[in-house]
Design a protein around this ligand. Structure first.
Ligand SMILES: *[C@@H]1O[C@H](CO)[C@@H](O)[C@H](O)[C@H]1NC(C)=O
Ligand SMILES: *[C@@H]1O[C@H](CO)[C@@H](O)[C@H](O)[C@H]1NC(C)=O
Length: 529
């Protein structure tokens, strides 16, 4: 009898759990149209995990997920290379090392950003999707030069979550009302040798002001024009895109204080750095496994990521690499885009693609020669691998500078590559054990967290859904004028009061002494005589 009751009880619990699960399931829209492999690698686990937990996920994307779960709906937008979008010839990426920050911002980020946003917005599938009467409980949007699409949060009257595939920057701080912290936080794509020096801070504040003015008063206007053209039937009055962003409920950023500089963050800014990282559950292909297992002196792994084409490298610099590699007792794995290569040393193995995650987990990997992309840097950090970095553009210099600061990385500027400099740097990392020791130390603390970054992400997303936008987390500061934000009105009041009071006191003392008939000058003369 008891057993029977228990069984009924158990079944009821089970049914309630299932109902509760369905009741909690939300309709979630994810907006990640930017077609870069590295952004996809970082962002795709979020939607897949949400779907796994029973949410109905719709994702606007340019990279198709194969074998998605049934509750994962993909709205495909066009996928083109940035150069085709902008209608320019594909440059040699290595030439970007010569571009100033301002040129990079104008030519690549802003022009490219507008081109990408328009390409996504006019895609047939997206236009079809916009015509349907969908409802969403949450809109998650990548914050990457595509602000026009943030308006979808307004369209569906849903809380907005922004995700930055980079770290914090002026734009992110500004829209949620977080302090800018320009003394320690530098713009992600700005390479500054000594950012806390007076010149470093001056350059940082200049770039911040430069970016702010052009972004707020020019770029956002261009994005608004795209929004009006391609997202019709928005309820009037349509808010500005700056206003939409100020309404952000949650900002997820791809950093973690165990590697990135520590900073003050409002409760609605959450660090999820390393989100895409986990131990691999697949094994290496047989040939690579054999090479790695049998390289007794270890393996040097060189991969400049998906955008930098190594075979386009300046011939002399390439020869420097080969001449240094030839003298190593280690094996070298090198990502190379072509079928053949001239003058390749015997200990160098070229392939067009490498299973990076599995390679990093092999104990014989000694050093990673990298361009410093964030994804690769995080993967090396996670696995405790020393880095020799040749930064090319964007945030790469800063990522590598952090690795250098933590003692497991070394920067070699592209212009400075020669057989001598490269040989010295590489041998230093291979022979000085502190690099490996520090790499393992950072790996340990990078992983030491109360929840994995993916769990953290899902927890906060569901938190925002549970609390319908969690308005209480939003800081009042985001709606203040800059005058009020920096307390300038208070300084004016205090300083004016102090000046007036001092003046009145001096005035009063002068007059009182005169009234009482004192004359300081004659008085003092009298005393002396
Ligand atoms: C899930 O989202 C899609 C939109 O992509 C919508 O058509 C469908 O009705 C939603 N399903 C549920 C159960 O809400
Ligand atoms: C969407 O809803 C509106 C008003 O409720 C209706 O007029 C329209 O036909 C609907 N569109 C679709 C595609 O169902």
């Amino acid at each position: 009898m008891h057993l029977f009751l228990f069984q009924i009880y158990f079944h009821l619990i089970l049914i309630f759990t299932i109902i509760a699960k369905y009741a909690d399931a939300a309709n979630i829209l994810i907006v990640t149209p930017f077609s870069s492999k590295s952004h996809y690698i970082m962002l795709s686990p979020i939607g897949l995990e949400l779907a796994k937990r029973g949410h109905n996920v719709t994702i606007i994307t340019s990279i198709k997920q194969l074998n998605p779960p049934p509750n994962y709906h993909q709205v495909m937008v066009e996928n083109k290379e940035i150069w085709d979008v902008m209608g320019t010839k594909r440059p040699v990426i290595f030439d970007m090392t010569r571009k100033s920050f301002e040129e990079f911002l104008n030519e690549v980020l802003w022009n490219g950003g507008l081109g990408f946003a328009e390409m996504a917005l006019k895609s047939t599938h997206l236009q079809e999707f916009l015509r349907k009467n969908n409802t969403f409980d949450l809109v998650i949007s990548e914050q990457f030069y595509q602000e026009s699409l943030n308006i979808l949060a307004y369209k569906y009257k849903a809380p907005l979550v922004l995700i930055a595939t980079t770290g914090i920057c002026m734009k992110h701080n500004l829209v949620v009302g977080n302090p800018l912290q320009l003394n320690t936080i530098i713009f992600e794509a700005l390479d500054l040798k000594d950012h806390t020096s007076i010149w470093g801070r001056l350059r940082n504040i200049y770039i911040t002001a430069y970016e702010y003015v052009w972004w707020k008063y020019w770029y956002l206007g261009k994005q608004e024009a795209l929004m009006k053209k391609y997202i019709p039937d928005l309820e009037e009055p349509v808010p500005s895109l700056f206003g939409v962003q100020k309404n952000t409920s949650l900002l997820l950023i791809n950093t973690h204080f165990s590697f990135d500089p520590p900073m003050a963050l409002l409760p609605n800014i959450v660090e999820i750095g390393g989100l895409h990282l986990s131990r691999s559950n697949s094994s290496l292909p047989k040939d690579l496994q054999d090479i790695l297992d049998t390289s007794k002196n270890g393996v040097v792994y060189m991969n400049f990521g998906s955008n930098v084409v190594v075979s386009e490298m300046d011939q002399q610099k390439l020869m420097a690499f080969f001449n240094v590699f030839r003298k190593l007792k280690q094996t070298v794995l090198m990502k190379w885009e072509k079928d053949t290569v001239e003058n390749k040393p015997d200990n160098v193995v070229i392939q067009k693609w490498f299973p990076q995650r599995e390679i990093f987990e092999h104990p014989n990997i000694k050093v990673f020669i990298s361009h410093g992309g964030l994804i690769g840097t995080q993967e090396a950090t996670f696995n405790g691998i020393p880095i020799l970095g040749v930064p090319i553009y964007a945030d790469q210099y800063n990522n590598l500078e952090l690795a250098e600061k933590h003692g497991f990385g070394k920067i070699l500027e592209y212009q400075d590559i020669s057989e001598v400099t490269l040989g010295e740097s590489l041998n230093e990392i291979l022979n000085d054990e502190s690099y490996k020791r520090n790499a393992e130390e950072v790996a340990k603390r990078f992983k030491d967290r109360p929840m994995t970054p993916l769990e953290t992400t899902i927890w906060w997303l569901e938190y925002v859904i549970r609390h319908e936008g969690a308005t209480f987390m939003k800081s009042e500061a985001r709606n203040m004028s800059w005058f009020k934000y920096f307390m300038l009105d208070i300084y004016v009041v205090v300083i004016t009061t102090m000046v007036v009071v001092t003046y009145l006191m001096v005035f009063a003392v002068k007059n009182i002494t005169r009234l009482l008939g004192f004359n300081f000058k004659t008085n003092s003369k009298k005393k002396r005589s």
